[in-house]
Write a protein that binds this ligand. Structure first.
Ligand SMILES: *Cc1c(COP(=O)(O)O)cnc(C)c1O
Length: 227
């Protein structure tokens, strides 16, 4: 892709963002394209596999492109936790989907060398079987309680993440429902835990407009930028 085309796509998306931040999901792109986007002033990037993120982050590290912020957005297996935590400029994990995974991350947190790692809990609002995410409010609350109780940890509770349904005739409508659900869960947790600033990570290429209407703080857009 030409840099000018990439620049234009990023610019257009940024005019639509309101208060949200754009995470450019780079899982379809080469590291050279990611670098091009960085040169256009895009610093937040999302990857959904540790094995793809590691070499890209290493490339950025060697070139001292220090403003980059890597967001991990995919399903994380326990045996990949240490490799993920060692990634330079890892900024957030959006896909913590169980209490067990949180416990594993806390156990391994010494592998993380940055100052703060932002944690989002993924909620399965569409209830599709193949989707990861908390299904039970009790488990979600236990995870939040555990994380908040570790006040000296570098891992900080940042917010909630979700994805809209895939298997539906009306993707955007179903996505809107999922996003509204996530927002109500957030509002409930806000008062229950007395946490004023719980962020929402929601919206992809096909449904980011709905997510923005529902108050997304982070949208995760891949295909619209890189394909
Ligand atoms: C791939 C992916 C995205 C981006 O999807 P696009 O439809 O390409 O914008 C967002 N979030 C997650 C969790 C993803 O895996």
């Amino acid at each position: 892709m030409q840099k000018s085309e990439l620049e234009q796509r990023l610019k257009k998306l940024k005019t639509e963002l309101k208060k949200a931040e754009l995470i450019a999901v780079s899982k379809y792109s080469t590291v050279e394209e990611v670098e091009m986007a960085y040169e256009c002033g895009q610093f937040n990037f999302g990857e959904n596999r540790v094995g793809d993120l590691a070499p890209k982050a290493e490339f950025f590290n060697q070139k001292k492109l220090k403003d980059v912020r890597w967001h991990f957005i995919g399903h994380l297996q326990s045996n990949k936790v240490r490799e993920l935590l060692k990634i330079p400029k890892l900024y957030a994990i959006h896909s913590v989907d169980s209490l067990r995974l949180l416990e594993e991350l806390l156990k391994r947190e010494n592998d993380f060398k940055g100052p703060v790692l932002k944690i989002f809990f993924q909620v399965n609002t569409s209830h599709e079987e193949e989707k990861s995410g908390f299904e039970s409010m009790d488990e979600l609350k236990s995870a939040i309680r555990l994380l908040l109780s570790r006040s000296d940890s570098k891992l900080k509770f940042e917010g909630l993440m979700t994805m809209g349904a895939i298997r539906t005739d009306d993707v955007r409508r179903e996505a809107q429902k999922s996003f509204r659900d996530l927002r109500s869960i957030r509002d409930l947790l806000t008062s229950e835990f007395n946490q004023a600033d719980i962020k929402l990570s929601m919206g992809m290429s096909g449904d980011y407009k709905e997510a923005l209407v529902e108050g997304a703080d982070f949208i995760r857009v891949g295909s619209l930028i890189f394909k």
